[in-house]
Design a protein around this ligand. Sequence first.
Ligand SMILES: *Cc1c(COP(=O)(O)O)cnc(C)c1O
Length: 358
Amino acid sequence: MPKTPEDIIRDEIQAMSGYHVPDSAGMVKLDAMENPYRLPPQLQAEAARLVEAAALNRYPDSGAVRLKARLREVMAIPPGADVLVGNGSDELIQSLMLAAARPGASVLGLEPSFVMFRLIAAFCGLRFIGAPLNSDFTLDADRVIEVIAEHQPALVFIAFPNNPSGNLFDPEAIARIIRAAPGIVVVDEAYHAFAGQTFMPRLGDFPNLLIMRTLSKLGLAGLRLGVLAGAHAWLKHVDKVRLPYNVNVLTQLIAEKVLQHQDLLAQQATLIRAERARLFGELDRIPGIRPFPSDANFILFRARGANDIFAGLKRRGVLIKNLHESHPALAQCLRVTVGAPEENAKFLGALKEIVSAG
Ligand SMILES: *Cc1c(COP(=O)(O)O)cnc(C)c1O
C-alpha cells in the first residue's frame, strides 16, 4: 500500500501553516523592514555591467573569498574571527541549528522575538524554549539564566535590537547570558545600521559568541545575504552543513560592489533614523496610540482595536504588520516599517483618519 502524505510528512510540519507573505501589489509597503531607497542610478549602472559580464554558466565561488574580504572590512570583523555567508541570515540560522540538532537538543529564544528562530528550530527537529521578556520588552537576565540552567540549550538567539519590539537590550545583561550559556549564543544584529551598538568588538571576549548580520535591512533585501562571524572552532562545523554554492554569483558580485559604497548605505540609514524620530513623535501625539521607542527601522505601537486599524489601513492602501494574536505580550500591537517621508505621511494620514472615525 502506498503511504499518504500524512504518513510520510512529520507531524510537526503537518501542524504548521507555512510562512505567510501577504500580497502587497500596489500598496505602500511598510510590513517587512525593507529600506525604501533604491541604489543611485550610477551604482545601478555599475551593477548592471557586472551582471552582463557575469559567468552564469559557472558555479559561484563556494568560499565567496572577495565578498568575505569586503565584509570583514565594512563590518569590522575582528581578524581572529571566521566568517560564513548565507542565503539570507535565515539560512545561517538553519545551518547552525542543523549542525547542533542532536536528539533532544534545544534552542532558546526570547519572547516575543523574531519568529524564524522558533520556526527553523521546528524544521530542524530541535525543541524550542521561549524565555519571556518583561512586559516593556526589556531583558530580565536572571530569569533567562534560570531557563538556561534548566534546559541547557545548545543555542541561544538574541536579536539586538529586538524584532518586533525594536529596542536594544542592556549589553551587560546579554554578557551575563553569554557567560551562563553552556553552548553557542548568537547575537543577531540585523538592525545594526539603525542602532549604533554592536557586540562585534567583543567577539574575542567570549568563546561561545557568534554575531549575525544581514544586508536585508540595509537596502539589499532582494539579494539575500546573511553573515555569521565567530570562532573557527564553531564555524568550521557549520560550514560543513552549508550547501556548497549557497550564495549565488549575482549576489556575490553585486554585494561586493555595493559594499564599496558603504558611505551611501550609511547615508540611507541616517535618513531612516531621522524619519524614525519624526514618525515616533507623530504616533505619540495620536490619542490612543502608544509607540515603543525603537533602535531599528520600524516602530511597534499599541492601539485599541489593532485588527480594525490594520484592516482600515489596508483598505486605504497601506500594508503594515498586525501582531495582535501572534503572542500574548503583543496584544493590540502593530508594527510599521519606517519608509520614505511620503510613505510615512500616507500611513499617518490613514491612521489618523481611522482613529478619529473610530
Ligand atoms: C529581518 C531579520 C533578519 C533577516 O533575515 P534575512 O534572512 O537575512 O533576510 C534576521 N534577524 C532578524 C531579527 C530580523 O528581524
